[in-house]
Design a protein. Sequence first.
Length: 662
Amino acid sequence: MDWPEDGRRRAFIEQVRPAVDCGRSAIKRVLGEAVDVEADVIVEGHERIACMLLHAPVGGTSWISVPMTPLGDDSWAASFVPTTLGRHRYTVAAWPDTFATWRNKLLRRTERDDIAIALREGAALVRAAATRARGAEQGALLAYAATLDGDGPLEERRQSALTEALRELMAAAPDRAFETVYEPPLEVVVERPLARFSAWYEFFPRSAVEAPARHGTLATAARTLAYVAAMGFDVVYLPPIHPIGLSHRKGPNNSLRATEQDPGSPWAIGAADGGHKSVHAELGTLDDFTTFRREAERLGLEIALDLAFQCSPDHPYVGEHPQWFARRPDGTVQYAENPPKKYEDIFPLDFGTAEWRGLWQELSDVVEFWIANGIRVFRVDNPHTKPFDFWRWLISDIQSRHPDTLFLAEAFSRPRVMYRLAKLGFSQSYTYFTWRNTKQELTDYFTELATRRDYFRPNLWPNTPDILHEYLQTGGRPAFMIRAALAATLGASYGIYGPAFELAEGTPREAGSEEYLDSEKYETRRWDLAAEGSLREYLTRLNAIRRANPALQSDHTLTFRRIDNEKLICYSKHSSDGTNVILVVVNLDPHHAQSGFIEMPLDDWALGAETPYQAHELLTGSSYDWQGPRVFVTLSPAECPACVYRIHVRRTSSERDFDYFA
């Protein structure tokens, strides 16, 4: 017969929330963000229980305790705010609260003899607590015990037993002999605020060309950084900056023939002069990269580097570690392909090699090399094509030494695969946002993402060097404005591939393709950053709005609002303290003006039907006085297809004004 560990335990913890996959994966938070914990705790009979939230950094020697508050229906709640980056543990402890049980019964006793006996029982409980207390609390408890079973009037002794002061003293010295602890502890990974809120800008340094050169350098690219910073972006993401192979180098528009002048694809990494730990000679040197990074830091920008764990046929790994590459039946190395697509200039690494430990360690060394050179953000190319266990190991290992390191997954894969990568440790992920364009598609998709908020942080990209959606190809400049407004306000993190985006580059390689004509993946481009019609000022305004409004710096409060036109989408966000609310309306039709009535959430904003309120439209600076449950709007794509309103409720002279009044 299997005996319980201790049959005298009475508290049972059925569930602790939040938890991902029953605790098999960690939840995510950023520094300064609270972890709100709830637990379902039951006990048989009529006993009262006490619950405590326990938390500590992983590796910590002792728990930090936070009393939990009953919510009713056997649920309890408490919060903690981690104060350091890295992994933290949390769990819940519960035990029978004998004093609270005794006190509750005393409140209901009416017979003098019953009360007298109960006071003697209570005195014994208080004396036992005194043995667990220290200092002045011990003396105070002993004094209460003497009063409870003393000779004073019965009612006075009863009132003394029911004082709040005694209840607090007893709660501070509980009898936890029969404590139950939820096992195993759950984990939260705490990262920098940049993991939750960031605006990314991707560009190719080699296209920062200054006449008469044909190829940009890190030095010329450094002069582009001020342009990016002025638009209000936080992160500059660079495609691979490593040497590019010559063998099977791709020409313009992915052609199989390249001339000596063609630069090839940056993702075909490795040549005779180095691999993943080297800088492409035409871009400059490692010292030039350091200068580039320092200029970015001076401007308030952070550099994200591409981690593309693949090789050109000329990569030093091919000769030094041939066992790291799969072979075809004819003995040649298998190049990368995703039929019908072929990447003849790339050899994938074979993670099935018997020498996988050496391969893993080398790839970890690549990350460590760039961390040593000042990089703390990595955009990971196609992580879904590498083993899940590798990413769990790599990210955990790197963050154990460098907890400020962030990883963005470029994973346009099946939904469950994308979510699995987030559970493995990726700080952010690309999404299907690029392919969600109708009101229903957007609403359904972001409603789905909301159920993954504890571990999946979306980063919304309207375009990438690989993806020029048909919507952008056919919608002209308004389409780019629409997608920028959606990305910047639906998500706390978003990114664009520029300058193609702000210059509204919308020409595909051929009909039906999402590839750009004359793609930068295969050639350098000369961009006119001062071109008329650029969306530079529009993006600058969007990013300024994001920085000024805490409501847009998190995804947790996104709520879709009813508007009676399928071409218009409306949603709101509010700050955690309820003092800032943003209401966004976007015309999804890039060709025609659209109108509709918004059903205003007056109950959510604690507004009566007759209460006036103001809407400050932040893109134009206009202000509107609104009242009532329905507001009519018209949005013209020729002017501006989006409105971003900050709602301001003006109270009476005795009340504070709030942007949002919860």
